[in-house]
Design a protein around this ligand. Structure first.
Ligand code: C2O
Ligand code: CU
Ligand code: CU
Length: 468
């Protein structure tokens, strides 16, 4: 094994080029397993041990009854069909968050499709153009359906696998549970909707409470972090380890160490890191989230096996990901628009009056709910034109702002250039932040733009951009 692991990338490329073979040829150690081109998932009630082993399980709504749902692995540029069966007692849809696909496959009720009625199925068919870490969740009654457990990881594999020892997915969620394990009621509480949204005290990693993650000294791991929470923002650091960020929201960036060692993940955001296991055999290292002042806690522990270090991949340079085929914004010809995020507690918008469901707005307009037919677009964009959206957070709250159907370059934050060529489909704004994002409007359709704090989305922090 170790001798093969030193098989150099350039030599592999050369062989691939000269032999003209697909990356699936068995010749290469890192050749990927075949991925299915058809999946079937069932949205249904289930039970999940969110409180940990030996504690009462929780009634959830979940894909295949599991929290999180099954990891769906696709291959870049290869078509997939995913049939979704609805065994809930209410209609649902599935949104493939971050995937650039046709509007008819985007899973927005009324805009993309008629929602899937209880007992019905719908088949989503698309070809993912970009490799990376994505996720899927409902876009109908989103606050409850996502909040009760409907989410899963969607991994689009590169045509040629990265040279790492293991590829791990950590889908992180939080839950508000009662002492007997039941899901706490109160989804859509107006007070929370006007503040930070429904944050739960129980945090799970792949559906389990803080259990150890077994690792071995010397391993090089690609770790895909997904924040699937309704509202919780996370800032993760790993004791004794220095992760290298290689992709944000599925899109490769220049490899870099995260600012002050913390991986900042708003709801719906993903970060891929390369993590070299530099700890001591037998050692334990906490993964700490200390985003909220005074509320730091360990998400999990890296638990090292006792044996000596394995492999030597961590001595090699950090592997790099090939860029996805995103259209490069033409900044010189860009058309700019300012989008002001408004409302919430302390804004005077009157969210506490009980008079209206709308407590947030974008440029003075509140669209509430999950998306529906006939939403008038805030902007109509010309196809293939570059746009710079300047998000101005006039509120006193944090907002992860997400655009469907496109990825954008994050250009500037509060006037300073954002380094490392970062792209995103969701950008986190601190209170009073201004962030400029650029993209080419290359995908025709009516695309949702909303805050991914679900309470905020359903109470007004949402709009539609039309690409005609
Ligand atoms: Cu993941 Cu419209 O959202
Ligand atoms: Cu989305
Ligand atoms: Cu928000």
């Amino acid at each position: 094994m170790p001798s093969k692991s030193r098989f150099s990338l350039s030599r592999r490329r050369l062989l691939l080029a000269t032999a003209g073979v697909a990356a699936s040829a068995p010749l290469f150690r890192f050749a990927q397993a075949a991925v299915p081109h058809e999946y079937r998932i069932v949205a249904r009630p289930g039970r999940a041990a969110l409180s940990g082993a030996g504690r009462p399980a929780t009634d959830v709504w979940a894909y295949d009854g599991e929290v999180p749902g099954p990891i769906l692995r696709l291959r870049q540029g290869e078509p997939v069909r995913i049939t979704v069966e609805n065994r809930l007692e209410q209609e649902t849809t599935v949104h493939w968050h971050g995937i650039r696909l046709p509007i008819s496959m985007d899973g927005v009720p009324g805009i993309s499709q008629v929602p899937i009625a209880p007992g019905d199925t719908f088949t989503y068919a698309f070809t993912p153009p970009d490799a990376g870490t994505f996720w899927y969740h409902p876009h109908a009654n989103s606050l409850q359906q996502l909040g009760r457990g409907l989410s899963g990881a969607l991994i689009v594999e590169e045509r040629e696998a990265l040279s790492v020892d293991r590829d791990l997915v950590w889908l992180l969620s939080d839950w508000r549970l009662e002492p007997d394990g039941k899901m706490a009621p109160g989804f859509g509480n107006p007070m929370e909707a006007a503040m930070s949204g429904r944050i739960g005290k129980r945090v799970t990693l792949n559906g389990a409470a803080a259990t150890d993650q077994p690792v071995r000294a010397g391993e090089r791991i690609r770790l895909r972090l997904i924040n699937a929470s309704l509202a919780r923002i996370m800032a993760l650091r790993i004791e004794g380890h220095g992760p290298t960020v290689v992709a944000v929201d599925g899109q490769p960036c220049e490899p870099h160490s995260p600012e002050s060692g913390r991986l900042l993940l708003g709801p719906a955001m993903r970060i891929d890191v390369i993590l070299d296991m530099q700890g001591e055999p037998g050692g334990r290292y906490a993964v700490i989230d200390d985003f909220y002042d005074g509320l730091s806690y360990a998400v999990t522990q890296l638990a090292y096996a006792a044996g000596p270090a394995v492999g030597r991949r961590s001595e090699q340079p950090t592997p790099t990901l090939a860029r996805n085929p995103l259209p490069e914004p033409d900044l010189a010809a860009a058309v700019r628009h300012e989008l002001k995020l408004q409302g919430g507690m302390m804004s005077g918008m009157g969210g506490m009056s009980g008079m209206s469901h709308a407590v947030w707005a974008i440029n003075g307009t509140s669209m509430t709910g999950d998306g529906h037919a006939g939403m008038p677009p805030l902007l109509t964009l010309k196809r293939m034109q570059t746009y710079v959206l300047s998000f101005v957070n006039e509120t006193a709250w944090w907002h992860p702002i997400h655009l469907h159907g496109h990825s954008f370059r994050i250009l500037r934050r509060n006037g300073s250039a954002v380094p490392f060529q970062q792209w995103g489909d969701t950008v986190l704004l601190a209170p009073k932040d201004t962030v400029d994002c650029a993209f080419v409007a290359d995908n025709p359709g009516d695309w949702m733009l909303h805050c991914h704090v679900m309470d905020h989305q359903v109470s007004g922090l949402m709009t539609v951009l039309r690409v005609s």
